[in-house]
Design a protein around this ligand. Sequence first.
Ligand code: CO
Length: 134
Amino acid sequence: MIKSLNHIAIAVPDIAKAANQYREHLGAVVSELTQQPEHGVSVVFIELENAKIELLEPLGENSPIAKFLERNPQGGIHHICLEVDDITSASEKLKSEGVRILGSSEPKIGAHGKPVLFLHPKDFFSTLIELEEK
Ligand code: CO
């Protein structure tokens, strides 16, 4: 079902500092900062040949990454995103197998304008998994 790695998302307390660290020491090409108030994050993208790294900083009152940063004040890997061909059939399959989907279990439009789902980290060895339709 899963096809390829789309991105690894890293929550950081200071996105400008983090972007600079990747640029200066790893030669990363870092995108402009974009604010996504509907997702409660500010984001920069680092394009790799085969995937992206996304640096995320909380934005606004109810950021979904605020709690994570409280527990991990220096930052850390927040989720990995894997691509699937058909998010609706993936959702149905996982539900029928008892895998917990966060929220309503209906795919939502994610940060890249494509439908996504998040799987409960307790079902995947403490890793939050985002599934994104290709
Ligand atoms: Co993501």
